[in-house]
Design a protein around this ligand. Structure first.
Ligand SMILES: NC(=O)c1ccc[n+]([C@@H]2O[C@H](COP(=O)([O-])OP(=O)(O)OC[C@H]3O[C@@H](n4cnc5c(N)ncnc54)[C@H](OP(=O)(O)O)[C@@H]3O)[C@@H](O)[C@H]2O)c1
Length: 266
């Protein structure tokens, strides 16, 4: 087992990328504080993590859609009286459809989960992170942050916010102990597509996506190296580079076309 690196709080740690990041952090010597709604799944991830890091895994059941959930998490973290050295803002959700056809309340809830929760948690936990000699904030954005995309307007907007906020915060904190890293994954094979109502995209996700483990490894490696931003996977990095070189309008047309073609007709 690696050295004791203090504790990492991971939101959305019951499955998918959050669970994989929690296990990767445990492998690197972090204790893990796991947050999500599904108690039983959290318990299973905690057991796996505990086997990797000498039993340092705790769980907290919270629904992050609830307005008071972040405060409850902060209080719980404080009450544990542990050395917090890492915050992973991973919990997030997608919604696929045309902006004016998706219910407004669902889009606002997603904005709360994808943006307000990371901002609130980071703001409230930064004083704790600053107490450590070296600490980290890891923000899970998405490759959708690199191009405007029809049918993912609010989701893509929320991930663009997360990336820009993450990089700005990093600059603000550059003279202190807290390093901020944003991760922009492409397709990952998790429960995400089903929850986002994107089953019609599943075949593409399976063809070009990966499991969450390599993404978690790349994310934790970049975080520990103090990188500002990482796109896991060579194909994704090539795609992001090509997107950056294309005229914006053409890029938006191509990226939107892939999704619009498969969007079920109402
Ligand atoms: N999958 C992809 O293709 C992909 C690509 C780029 C970026 N991402 C980003 O990666 C992150 C993780 O997604 P994933 O692919 O691992 O999706 P996932 O399998 O659906 O996992 C989402 C996690 O977030 C938790 N969560 C969702 N809503 C919550 C709520 N209201 N309160 C508390 N926890 C909540 C879920 O736990 P409970 O249901 O137990 O609460 C689960 O642990 C997200 O931010 C997503 O935007 C995903």
């Amino acid at each position: 087992m690696n050295e004791d690196r203090g504790y990492a709080l991971i939101t959305g740690a019951s499955q998918g990328l959050g669970a994989a990041i929690a296990l990767e952090l445990a492998r690197h010597g972090f204790g893990v504080l796991l947050v999500a709604r599904s108690e039983e799944s959290l318990r299973r991830v905690a057991e796996e993590a505990a086997a990797l890091n000498g039993g340092r895994a705790r769980t907290f059941v919270a629904d992050l859609f609830a307005p008071d959930a972040t405060e409850a998490i902060v209080e719980w973290t404080r009450s544990l009286n542990l050395s917090l050295t890492c915050l992973v803002n991973n919990a997030g959700q997608g919604l696929w459809g045309l902006f004016d056809e998706l219910p407004l309340d669902e889009q606002l809830r997603m904005m709360h989960l994808n943006m307000d929760v990371p901002v609130k948690l980071t703001h409230r936990l930064l004083p704790h992170l600053k107490r450590a000699q070296r600490s980290y904030v890891l923000n899970i954005s998405s490759m959708t942050a690199y191009s405007a995309m029809a049918s993912l307007a609010v989701y893509g907007g929320s991930k663009t916010f997360l990336l820009r906020w993450s990089r700005s915060l990093r600059v603000e904190l550059k003279n202190g102990p807290v390093s901020v890293t944003a991760v922009c994954p492409g397709s990952i094979i998790t429960g995400f597509t089903e929850r986002a109502g994107m089953m019609a995209m599943d075949d593409l996700a399976r063809k070009f996506g990966t499991g969450p483990e390599p993404v978690a490894k790349a994310a934790v490696r970049a975080m520990l190296r103090g990188k500002a931003e990482v796109v896991p996977g060579l194909l994704n990095r090539i795609t992001a580079t090509v997107q950056g070189l294309m005229p914006k309008g053409l890029n938006e047309k191509v990226a939107s076309g892939i999704y619009l073609k498969r969007l079920p007709k109402k």
